[in-house]
Design a protein around this ligand. Structure first.
Ligand SMILES: *Cc1c(COP(=O)(O)O)cnc(C)c1O
Length: 370
């Protein structure tokens, strides 16, 4: 069956399998090799990968509706895009976003390779004003950690009218919630470390290109700079993808319930979650996404020390950076100097909601907040 005829919940299970032939394995083997026996192509794993990597790429490509190129980490994907741009590139980048992406663009500016225009990418008018004469526009579907929702069709339309390439970091959304290529994006990035892997046990990334030319350019860059992921990581990532739909279903249901309860809690002053009807991003997310994701940011009343103490009091939820795993994680983002510099409120806690029972999560958060 052609994966493009299936719904995403079936694609995650069916895509990226070995061919259905008698005695063929159902699951992709973990192929551990650097060279292959010589042929006209003269294969070598840094350049050509293995069938384990390609199976993962097929699954993600089918989910996003493009051609996937896997990388050894999410930031290796960001670097492949940034460093593949010619010197003199004018790039519109988020003023607040995933800190690793910002660090890569900041370095490009410091090296004199790029001119940056930093904007709040959830402010549609501001991005549209900034894209004139731009070469590259970097977006996040939902901004990290303030949870602003980006108006992808409007911004991508304007960026293309200006002749810019648009790359959308869709890590927070996953292909179950948002498919930016449908809105015309040229490239989509995922930190596979997060939801696609889903178990907080690997570091890996993937870029999905809307055209074969862009995919080929990324594969060349990956071979050139050594960004190929390992076979074991690729296997675990594909295994994670198999359960992506059910994990997202539970995590999003949990997140919706916890966001409502947090919003009514006396120790919480503000909740940022696009699923709440009064959230500034609600209307856009309801219109453009299939769901509201499972990351909640909320501010607590009191000091940064109190916010930090909430993170040390949780017992089921884990105090750690990262997101997108089966286990719930919490963190005070302003503890990272770069987030603090980019205006993250000092008492903002980012909660990545996992797939535990919602009542156990609520009991834990309530005791930690009191
Ligand atoms: C984690 C993350 C990245 C970077 O991915 P790594 O796999 O850690 O290199 C990029 N973007 C977002 C939104 C992330 O959360």
């Amino acid at each position: 069956m052609n994966p493009s005829e299936l719904r995403p919940e079936s694609v995650v299970v069916a895509a990226g399998r070995p061919p259905r032939e008698p005695d063929a394995p159902l699951s992709t083997p973990i192929v551990l090799t650097a060279p292959f026996h010589a042929s006209d192509e003269n294969r070598y794993s840094r350049h050509h990968g293995t069938e384990t990597v390609r199976s993962f790429e097929q699954a993600v490509g089918a989910l996003e509706g493009g051609e996937a190129v896997a990388f050894s980490s999410g930031v290796a994907g960001v670097a492949a895009v940034a460093e593949g741009q010619p010197t003199g590139t004018v790039a519109v980048v988020p003023s607040a976003a995933y800190s690793g992406s910002i660090a890569i663009f900041d370095e490009q500016e410091r090296l004199g390779r790029m001119v940056l225009r930093r904007v709040d990418v959830a402010d549609t008018a501001a991005v549209v004003a900034a894209v004139r004469d731009a070469d590259l526009v970097w977006l996040e579907t939902v901004t990290n950690p303030l949870m602003g929702v980006v108006d992808l069709p409007t911004v991508i339309g304007q960026a293309h009218a200006a002749g810019a390439t648009v790359c959308v970091d869709s890590t927070f959304s996953t292909p179950l919630v948002a498919r930016p290529l449908q809105y015309g994006a040229d490239l989509v990035l995922h930190s596979v470390t997060k939801y696609l892997g889903g178990h907080s046990d690997i570091v890996m990334g993937v870029l999905v290109a809307g055209s074969p030319d862009r995919a080929e350019a990324l594969r060349n860059r990956r071979g050139l700079t050594g960004g190929m992921p390992g076979a074991l990581e690729s296997y675990l990532a594909l295994r994670g993808v198999r359960t992506l739909a059910v994990r997202m279903e539970r995590a999003q249901a949990n997140a919706g319930e916890l966001a409502r309860r947090l919003a009514a809690h006396p120790a919480v002053t503000r909740v940022r979650y696009p699923g709440l009807p009064d959230d500034p991003g609600h209307e856009l997310a309801a219109r453009l996404h299939d769901g509201f994701g499972a990351v909640i940011s909320f501010e607590v009343a009191g000091t940064a020390e109190y916010a930090e103490s909430v993170c040390t009091r949780v017992e089921l939820v884990t105090h750690a950076t990262s997101l997108g795993g089966v286990e719930s994680l919490i963190e005070r983002r302003a503890r990272h100097s770069m987030d603090a510099e980019h205006g993250t409120p000092p008492t903002l806690l980012r909660l990545s909601v996992g797939i535990e029972h919602v009542e156990d999560l609520w009991a834990d958060l309530s005791q930690a907040l009191s």
